[in-house]
Design a protein around this ligand. Structure first.
Ligand code: PMP
Length: 355
């Protein structure tokens, strides 16, 4: 550790993103990317932006995308904040709404970026273990001291908490912020957006990386009360007021405007997910009920670590969880039908060798 480092750097344990590979020969089912390309309208919008506008700065207040998202979610445009991927929106939210000395709570296991942000911004936290069936321990999230954050559906389990549960958590935390990270909500669960009409301590964070196939362009957003959005703008404008580039802004608008394509690709992924669940079960895996674009699976006889390694040897990447309570679990992103077919062919061989 370097003596010249700031205290912030010294206490920071950076997040390690999932393994990255380029190349057609790999089947990449480890970071919950969408197997389908973005809407064709996105490519048209990108082309136009590339030919005419790249020499100019983007709008620092991206009004068109904010208006488009406001219409989509039936909120007003000043309830929408847009950032460079939801990771950035989450980081700004930690800065804007959580304070040192007031511990926040979040479930364990959950999205592994939360402890990183907590360390970076000196926020202490208590983790709430999941229940035996891997659902959230809802009551333990009531009455936090400094606020609450959780993904819904949760990651890496994929299990969604019904809206009534989210409402109780928000309502029991009056005066403290509850951040619901809805990165995977489009894959079949209820959004908490309608609760915004009644609660001003709720912030919802979304991403275009998963359901809209735009992970490469980094677009995330938050929806909340106008005061909360103002707080996020204060942070952003004190940091990098042009945080979203022109290509991302144009692509975001085009994607939201192609509702049919969005609906079709979501349905295809849900269908593949449900088929994949059945195949896993037929191979002896336990599979948690998923409302996301991944499945969290466990085989009673085959160590997950070993499966991860053997699949990697066959150029298939999945995610293995090394946290004590989930040691034996794999998280498998739903790929295209063809990718899943190849995945299960290889998995079938491995399971046969082990059992
Ligand atoms: N929240 C959760 C729960 C996630 O799994 C992810 C993706 N790893 C993100 C947020 C961040 O997504 P992005 O920064 O690509 O918008």
């Amino acid at each position: 550790m370097n003596a010249l480092w700031s205290d912030m750097v010294k206490r920071t344990e950076p997040y390690t993103p999932g393994e990255h590979v380029n190349g057609e020969e790999w089947i990449k089912l480890n970071t919950n990317e969408n197997p389908y390309p973005p809407s064709p309208r996105v490519f048209e919008a990108l082309q136009q932006e590339l030919t005419s506008n790249l020499r100019k700065y983007p709008e620092s207040d991206p009004k068109e995308l904010r208006n488009t998202l406001a219409e989509l979610h039936q909120v007003s445009a000043d309830q929408v904040f847009i950032g460079n991927g939801s990771d950035e929106v989450l980081a700004f939210s930690f800065m804007a709404f959580f304070s040192p000395g007031k511990p926040i709570v979040y479930p364990a296991v959950t999205y592994s970026f939360y402890p990183t942000y907590a360390a970076l911004f000196n926020i202490s936290y208590d983790t709430i273990p999941l229940q035996e069936d891997f659902t959230l321990d809802e009551k333990a999230l009531y009455k936090s001291e400094g606020g609450v954050i959780f993904p819904n559906p949760n990651a890496p389990t994929g299990i969604a908490l019904p809206l009534a549960g989210v409402e109780r958590i928000v309502s029991e935390n009056q005066g403290r912020i509850v951040i619901v990270d809805e990165a995977y909500v489009d894959f079949c669960s209820e959004t908490a957006i309608p609760l915004l009409e009644r609660f001003d301590n709720l912030l919802i964070i979304r991403t275009m990386s998963k359901s809209r196939s735009l992970a490469g362009l980094r677009i995330g957003y938050a929806i909340g009360s106008t005061e909360m959005i103002e707080a996020l703008n204060r942070i952003k404008n004190s940091f990098n007021s042009y945080t979203i580039d022109r290509l991302a802004l144009a692509a975001g608008v085009a994607s939201v405007n192609d509702k049919d394509y969005f609906g079709d690709t979501i349905q295809a992924i849900i269908q593949t997910r449900e088929q994949a669940k059945k195949i896993f079960e037929s191979l002896g895996f336990t599979v948690l009920p998923s409302a996301a674009n991944f499945l969290f699976v466990h085989h009673p006889e085959i160590p997950a670590k070993q499966l991860h390694k053997s699949l990697k040897y066959k150029q298939i990447l999945v995610r293995h969880f090394s946290k004590p309570e989930t040691e034996e679990w794999l998280r498998v992103t739903i790929g295209s039908d063809d990718e899943m077919k190849q995945f299960f062919e290889k998995l079938f061989e491995l399971v046969r060798m082990w059992t």
